[in-house]
Design a protein around this ligand. Structure first.
Ligand SMILES: Nc1ncnc2c1ncn2[C@@H]1O[C@H](COP(=O)(O)OP(=O)(O)OP(=O)(O)O)[C@@H](O)[C@H]1O
Ligand SMILES: [Mg+2]
Length: 293
């Protein structure tokens, strides 16, 4: 079974930004969610794993091979859909995927078959003769997955793939990831809590270069069971409540504002206990990290 082990990984860019600080992660088969806000270091981590950026210190092992000293090993086993995959020329999906297959060193024998099978897999077979340039956002992302799957990788990295997709495409894309996660390691970076909750068996939260939590979404939720309280308030009172309580986040529903608070006991009269959500964990970590900054 493939494993990805990251130990004491640090990345400081030449401008002094510490994008990753002492990252330790152990990732096995399945869908792994890397959840974090803008600037957390998600793309930096993925680029380092993919060998497109250097680490400042630390080690990364894939199947026991040190890939920072032997990048060739991972290149043969990796597929990557970068956040800024911007290759959409005026040629057909079939031609482009075949071209990318050549670049990836797929042998001629069987290449055409593999390319066609991948287009089937991502549901673009019927559009194979259409220019990728004319594809919608969702189709482009599915094409992006097809290119990441060239050469049967054991690990694929997908960096914020559903940003900008409509709900139907997002769902379709997520189903595809979920299917892939049954066979290989899929690391998905995102700031959409919902995607991690519904898809990932394991996850980590990355904020300002630091891993603040890791585990399964269920375990996370378990830790705050019975500690989430909500109250519907007048919008004008929000600042008052924010001063008095540690408000995790607010939900606006049909003009009504509900606040959610993490507390061992009922914070005050009028608060009711409510089902904990993964969002509560994410926002409480974001809150802690902001208050330390
Ligand atoms: N090439 C670079 N040179 C200098 N600083 C960089 C470079 N790339 C990223 N950074 C900085 O490193 C930090 C982490 O950036 P990164 O792109 O890894 O975050 P991210 O989690 O992918 O964010 P987003 O969700 O916006 O894509 C940010 O402060 C960013 O400005
Ligand atoms: Mg990014």
């Amino acid at each position: 079974m493939p494993t990805l082990q990251i130990n004491q990984l640090n990345k400081t860019y030449s401008n002094g930004i510490e994008a990753l600080q002492n990252i330790n992660l152990n990732i096995g088969p399945g869908l792994f969610g890397l959840l974090g806000p803008n600037g957390a270091g998600k793309s930096s981590l993925m680029k380092i794993i993919a060998g497109l950026e250097t680490a400042s210190s630390g080690t990364i092992h894939f199947n026991e091979t040190d890939i920072l000293t032997d990048p060739h090993y991972i290149k043969q086993r990796l597929g990557f859909l970068p956040q800024d995959f911007g290759v959409y020329p005026n040629i057909s999906a079939l031609e482009l995927l075949d071209y990318l297959a050549v670049l990836k060193g797929i042998p001629k024998a069987g290449r055409k078959e593999q390319v066609l099978a991948l287009l089937q897999k991502v549901n673009l077979y019927d559009k194979r003769k259409q220019d990728v340039f004319s594809f919608s956002g969702g189709m482009r992302q599915r094409f992006g997955i097809a290119q990441a799957l060239l050469g049967n990788p054991e690990l694929i990295l997908v960096d914020e793939p559903t940003a900008g997709l409509d709900p139907e495409e997002r769902n379709r894309f997520n189903n595809l990831l979920s299917e892939l996660g049954e066979q290989i390691i899929v690391v998905l970076s995102t700031h959409i809590v919902e995607d991690v909750k519904s898809l990932c068996t394991n996850m980590a939260i990355l904020i300002q270069g630091e891993l603040v939590a890791q585990g399964s979404p269920e375990d996370f939720i378990q830790t705050i069971s019975g500690k989430i309280w909500r109250k519907t308030i007048d919008k004008k009172q929000l600042n008052e409540y924010k001063t008095a309580f540690s408000v995790l986040y607010t939900q606006l529903n049909a003009g009504q504002l509900t606040i959610r608070v993490l507390a061992e006991q009922q914070p005050a009269a009028g608060f009711e206990a409510t089902e904990p959500l993964l969002e509560d964990i994410y926002f409480s970590n974001l809150r802690n990290s902001n208050s330390h900054a």
